[in-house]
Design a protein around this ligand. Structure first.
Ligand code: GLU
Length: 295
């Protein structure tokens, strides 16, 4: 590691390029991929579901299926779609919960219609964090996922906002998608955002903010940068970084990338440099000489 990039307060080391390249190859080789899309990526300015954006995501996902990969989609947007449907701005958690129950069926209608263009069947799964902690519920969840994937069906997962509020309060499904990736033994987590990666500052406000290409051995510095920036709007990046780091600590690479980037999933599927990639902290399984010390 010889290079670094700086923001006002923290110097971020650049991860060794060999490790970055090998992580990109690992990501490209992934067989089971969890793809997460957030509300801002799926809705328009009036909080209506944007069918052209959903069609873009669905086209990208179908591209992965054509590479014989399994895809599990984690989709936010239920509250947003509910807001758009009622033309109502939510102020309380209870209102968000109720709106999510209206918007969730709209989301599934959009995904069903969009995937129909490819004769691809989808299934809805609504989860809470408790479902990962209770062994019986967890087994039931993984049995359902395995059966759907065996049938070639795409599970579309959201938090069950009617009975849980974790993601409504803080997460935008970033922690849920991380738990799903770990729980189903995924080979890759891709978090699609309107920001497009981890930057040295909020790129929506600071045009000089630089993209951090990879997070690995520099994690402590990246975390420091994000903690320092947490009072300012930082593009909702905190939970995305926490979620991606959590899967990388389970040996799973993760990528945070821009939803609107053309062929974004195909690029990741062919080892291209996209967004910010998180290096698994327990070594790269395809190249065993990389060890914990490397990341
Ligand atoms: N489960 C929530 C939803 O689908 C995620 C939180 C959010 O995106 O605001 O709306």
């Amino acid at each position: 590691m010889s290079e670094s990039i700086e923001n006002n307060s923290v110097e971020i080391e650049t991860v060794d390029s060999d490790i970055v390249n090998r992580t990109r190859e690992l990501a490209a080789d992934a067989q089971r991929v969890v793809v997460k899309a957030g509300t801002n990526s799926l809705t328009d300015g009036a909080s209506n579901l944007d069918t052209s954006r959903i069609d873009k995501l669905v086209g990208d996902v179908v591209g992965l299926l054509e590479q014989d990969k399994q895809v599990i989609l984690v989709s936010s947007g239920a509250v947003g779609a509910g807001k758009g449907q009622l033309g109502f701005s939510n102020e309380t958690i209870e209102e968000s919960q109720a709106l999510s129950t209206i918007g969730q069926s709209q989301i599934m209608r959009c995904y069903t219609e969009s995937f129909d263009r490819y004769d691809q069947t989808v299934a809805q799964i609504l989860l809470t964090e408790n479902d990962f902690e209770d062994p019986d519920r967890f087994t039931n969840f993984t049995n359902t996922i395995e059966t759907l994937l065996e049938w070639g069906v795409i599970p579309v997962i959201n938090e069950n906002d009617a009975v849980a509020t974790e993601e409504l309060r803080i997460g935008d499904n970033d922690m849920l998608s991380s738990s799903v990736a770990i729980g189903v033994d995924a080979d890759l987590l891709i978090t699609l955002t309107d920001v497009g990666g981890v930057y040295t500052d909020n790129p929506k406000e600071n045009l000089e903010a630089e993209r951090i290409e990879a997070v690995g051995s520099n994690y402590a510095e990246v975390q420091q940068l994000i903690d320092d920036s947490s009072t300012a709007s930082f593009g909702g990046i905190q939970t995305k970084v926490t979620g991606a780091r959590s899967v990388s600590e389970h040996g799973i690479p993760a990528v945070i990338a821009k939803f609107t980037e053309p062929d974004v999933l195909a690029k990741i599927g062919t080892s291209k440099a996209v967004g910010t990639i998180f290096v698994p902290t327990n070594g790269l399984s395809n190249n065993a000489e990389t060890t914990q010390n490397d990341v």
